[in-house]
Design a protein around this ligand. Structure first.
Ligand SMILES: [Zn+2]
Length: 146
């Protein structure tokens, strides 16, 4: 398969075209020159969210969180560890629902932390409550499209 995948840059949100077979070869962004994958979640705002969730071709796993939420803080290093395992086949991202209330409202996030998996603008699955890294990875793999 030489399919080209749309991969949104975690730094500048430019949409790059990367051959599927080369995802693991440390591809760089054609606009800003920085690495497209760094093994950690990317913080999204309303504008970059739409590029990653709708225009990109990688499943996007979003952690909806807030700075005042204790369980969210406890889960942050677990989510980071999950990113190292799930990239580059999946993009992991964080949405601060306090800084980006419109995104939390748009997806009717009622409790945090909430994880939601998106592809091409469609929400595939969602789960609430803090989870350890292994459970995040299992859940994401079980719910991503094959
Ligand atoms: Zn870039």
């Amino acid at each position: 398969m030489n399919a080209l995948l749309g991969v949104a840059c975690p730094h500048c949100a430019a949409l790059n075209r990367v051959p599927a077979a080369r995802l693991g070869d440390r591809p760089k962004c054609g606009r800003c020159g920085r690495a497209l994958f760094e093994g950690r979640p990317v913080a999204l705002d309303a504008a970059s969210f739409d590029v990653h969730a709708q225009r990109a071709d990688l499943p996007l796993l979003v952690d909806f969180w807030a700075p005042w939420c204790g369980p969210c803080k406890a889960m942050a290093p677990q989510f980071e560890a999950a990113a190292a395992q799930l990239e580059p086949g999946m993009r992991l991202a964080k949405v601060d629902t306090e800084a980006e209330p419109a995104l939390g409202a748009r997806f009717a996030v009622r409790s945090i932390p909430t994880l939601a998996l998106f592809l091409h603008g469609r929400e595939l699955a969602r789960v609430s409550g803090a989870m350890p890294a292994g459970e995040i990875v299992r859940w994401a793999r079980a719910n991503r499209p094959t």
